[in-house]
Ligand binder design. Structure first.
Ligand code: NAG
Ligand code: NAG
Ligand code: NAG
Ligand code: NAG
Ligand code: NAG
Ligand code: NAG
Ligand code: NAG
Length: 474
């Protein structure tokens, strides 16, 4: 059943559906062409006379010429603000990103008390899914894209609501970056179908045909990330960032490109000792015992027979292209993926990449440095942890809500996010507070994101960064 809200909106935007093929119909009949020509002339005159007072939208692509707020003239919904794609003006009346980012508690309280912006899958506005509409939502309100020095591959495993993924993409979309998605097979048809429609509109967006049985224990996460990486391996990116469904990128596409240039061949991840109940401690962990290398004859004995120390960090990592290429070229990745993806264990998706990177295997992009200490990754993921407490209301969280020991990021965190050096924040929930997503996008467009780290900052925190600099300069 369509609820009241949906009907209201449908009426309001009915014109879009009537005219969804407006451009294509031109050739059907000379009469229509004539009428449209007259309208066009009329329209041009109108624009010339009233240009100053019209709210001109920024052009998306050359074919999408600058059109004013002209209700019947285009299939593209004309919204004045990004949030209008997903919420009514009434729902977003208390959203004031500038004030939230500045930490104005009064503004935050008004918004929170009014119920926040939340998306539920049975209460959505409905989106036009033709390519023009999609592109318009993604970047129609943004300035023209700047040239990037390096390209990033965003590799994301998803399972829930299309709107959240579209909004995430709208923050980091750039024609030079690459986006690969792996979908949970238990997701609903709406997500699956919408993602595939989206990927058909833009060349640099890929959705894997294969679907995965993700679960809370992290099963199939590594496999999906590596399948995606493999799929886009030939593309010209310099770093891949692995992501999960609720990860919010908090740096702009330009900042990430600059970071990739600074990192050069270094990968970024934390290093910790793995918990012994999360992997099979009795298995043979020597590369030879694991049949890790495709061709053992070129691997030194001291590598082949040295037991790997199983390492742990987070699912989110920043991987250099040379390292990823080298893993695919030299290792039997399928076997090591299976080794970690043990059905009877929990938290299996935070060990494999670290173990392969932090044990020296002679791969490209690796350096022989000391990873035996526990080091937190201070660059990849911002998280407000509250351990050993139940999910739900939580006084320690600024947003007062906890999920899996992590505070859900409401708009209360925006000021902190805007000062953070991190690349990703975890986690936002669209059902809890979509305002965080909308305001982080605004933060990016207003150049109010946290500063990107410089080489000194990275050197202090990441032994692999120091090691790589020594290697390159020697
Ligand atoms: C477009 O619609 C708005 C309200 O929906 C109305 O105020 C405005 O006059 C319309 N513009 C044109 C050009 O029809
Ligand atoms: C946000 O709040 C400031 C200060 O109260 C106000 O000037 C501004 O117009 C508000 N912006 C929005 C979008 O409501
Ligand atoms: C690939 O990207 C690098 C920058 O990261 C650039 O220097 C190079 O020219 C690109 N190669 C191709 C074939 O586009
Ligand atoms: C990046 O890495 C390559 C390969 O190791 C090296 O030749 C180059 O000098 C490095 N660039 C910088 C700026 O360190
Ligand atoms: C999974 O881990 C358990 C416990 O460590 C171990 O007994 C079992 O052999 C492992 N299964 C596989 C398929 O490796
Ligand atoms: C394995 O590596 C050795 C030494 O580099 C090479 O001679 C041999 O042809 C390789 N074997 C295969 C199957 O690629
Ligand atoms: C963004 O702000 C920083 C300083 O905070 C400045 O160095 C940079 O040039 C600004 N970028 C843009 C695109 O305005």
């Amino acid at each position: 059943m369509k609820n009241v809200k949906y009907i209201e909106l449908k009426n309001q935007w009915d014109y879009e559906e009537d005219d969804s093929e407006a451009n294509g119909q031109l050739s059907f009949s000379a009469k229509i062409v004539l009428i449209q020509l007259i309208l066009l002339v009329f329209f041009i005159l109108f624009v010339l006379f009233f240009q100053g007072t019209l709210n001109l939208r920024k052009s998306v692509k050359s074919e999408n010429t600058r059109l004013p707020e002209w209700n019947k003239s285009s299939s593209i919904k004309r919204v004045s603000r990004f949030q209008d794609n997903y919420f009514t003006k009434y729902e977003s009346r208390y959203l004031n990103c500038t004030e939230f980012i500045n930490g104005n508690q009064g503004a935050i309280d008004s918004y929170v008390i009014s119920g926040k912006l939340r998306l539920h899958k049975d209460k959505l506005l409905g989106l036009q899914m033709d390519c023009d509409s999609i592109k318009n939502r993604l970047f129609g309100d943004l300035p023209p894209f700047k040239h990037l020095k390096r390209s990033i591959a965003f590799v994301r495993n998803i399972y829930q609501l299309y709107e959240l993924q579209e909004a995430f993409l709208s923050m980091i979309y750039h024609p030079s970056h690459f986006y690969c998605y792996a979908i949970d097979l238990k997701s609903d048809e709406r997500l699956k179908k919408s993602m595939r429609v989206l990927s058909n509109c833009l060349d640099n967006i890929i959705v894997l045909d294969k679907e995965y049985d993700f679960d809370r224990s992290g099963h199939k996460q590594d496999e999906a990330h590596f399948d995606c990486s493999k799929r886009i391996l030939e593309k010209n990116w310099s770093h891949a960032i692995t992501l999960q469904n609720f990860d919010l990128i908090i740096k702009t596409p330009e900042q990430l490109s600059d970071l990739s240039e600074l990192l050069n061949e270094t990968s970024i991840m934390g290093s910790d000792h793995a918990l012994t109940d999360r992997y099979d401690t009795n298995a043979d962990w020597t590369p030879v015992g694991m049949m890790l290398f495709k061709n053992e004859s070129e691997v030194p004995d001291e590598i082949l027979h040295k037991k790997l120390v199983v390492r742990k960090s987070l699912n989110e990592v920043v991987l250099s292209k040379v390292f990823v290429l080298s893993m695919f070229e030299k290792l039997n990745l399928n076997m090591v993926i299976k080794r970690f993806d043990n059905e009877s264990l929990f938290g299996v998706d935070e060990m494999m990449v670290m173990t392969l990177y932090e044990n020296y295997l002679g791969l490209d992009g690796q350096v022989e440095v000391d990873f035996t200490d526990s080091r937190e990754d201070e660059l990849t993921r911002f998280t407000d942890w509250q351990f050993n407490q139940p999910d739900g209301p939580n006084a320690e969280c600024k947003s007062h809500w906890l999920r899996h020991s992590i505070c859900v990021l409401g708009v209360e965190y925006l000021q902190e996010i805007s000062k953070s050096p991190m690349v990703i924040a975890n986690k936002v929930l669209e059902t809890f507070d979509f305002g965080t997503v909308i305001c982080t996008r605004e933060m990016m467009n207003d150049n109010k994101t946290g500063r990107s780290p410089d080489a000194d900052w990275l050197s202090k925190r990441f032994p692999q960064f120091r090691g790589m600099r020594v290697k390159v300069n020697s």
